[in-house]
Write a protein that binds this ligand. Sequence first.
Ligand code: HEM
Length: 371
Amino acid sequence: MKALHEREDQGEHDLYYFDESGFSQASSVPYAWSPNGVPDAAKSAMDVRETFARMGMSDRETVALTVGGHTFGKVHGNGPADAVGGAPEEANIHEQGVGWANKHETGLGEYTITSGLEGVWTPTPTKWDNTYLETIFSHEWKVKKSPAGANQWEPVEVKDGFWVPDAHVEGRKNPPVMNAADMAMIVDPDYLKISKEYRDNPDVLADEFARAWYKLLHRDMGPSARYLGPQVPNEVLVWQDPVPKHEGPLVSDEQIATLKQAIADPELTAKQLVETAWASACTYRQTDHRGGANGARIRLEPQTANRLGYQRARRRGGCDRPVGEDKGASEANISLADVIVLGGGVGVEMAAKAAGHELTVPFTPGRTDTS
Ligand code: HEM
């Protein structure tokens, strides 16, 4: 957020690129892809860092992804920005299914305009290699305007071996180009250190890109148990929120009975117990299948910061491991996750009893506590 505030202080926010009238206004504001249309790689680094952090990506993962991603492909902006029509969803009905309408020449191939930047990062844009970093480190860069008026970086002088074969015109060679986020990879001091390491160790880049790419595509799929197919890696990764397997014998019926007695300590009310179990179960998120009672994440960040969950449960006394320890129940091989669920059941039984009903809430042990 610091980045945003700083910019507001400088009064630059009126340069925002997208406005209510959409993409067709592009010609009135310079094509952007650098913060607020200003070609400033250091500010771009702030935006990139914040954006990737929101996706759970570290600096290393961010550099690996950007460097690795831009090893392939090109940016498209070979024509005037005002040749591009409005956003597809706002366009005329016959244009809505075909992306951004582009009136420049054929509107395709060498005339494609998408971001408004124009060019290619490396001399070998269809190959996985280390030429992105070789290119960026081998040149001095200056800001130039693309044909669409966007700010992009090109070498002051292209070194031998770095001319890029044109994607469409046989025999034509172009200088390599970088955008603001690319330049951020060598302007930001922390990104620079990582970029240099990857330049000198292509195998490290290949491995870290593969891992970060896999994470980018799978991060919201939930635990690896949900993955199907022969290509699922055996390795369990920390961002998959792994929960350890239960080890040793499960808690016996006798031990469960002792635990239940201990939990039903008069200092704990039915409300406390049920609320704690509810708060624990509430850590489950349907969209990406994270959290839930299994794992007892209620005691970990970020759930501990959630006033409605852990803190309330804790204040009311129901959420600590030593439930029943003084009554011998601590020898039972049971996780906190299980104790919380069992406690919820005890709470329901207590409430039912107070209302004149005897009931037993079924309990299946085997949950574990993650770290
Ligand atoms: C750091 C933030 C990033 C920014 C600001 C950025 C920006 C851009 C822009 C403006 C384009 C040009 C689109 C066009 O004109 O058609 C582009 C293309 C591309 N980006 Fe990124 N990008 C970023 C990160 C990534 C990442 C993480 C990947 C993949 C791991 C990636 C892969 C690509 C590829 C493959 C293309 C070329 C597409 C084509 O050939 O049509 N980029 N990027």
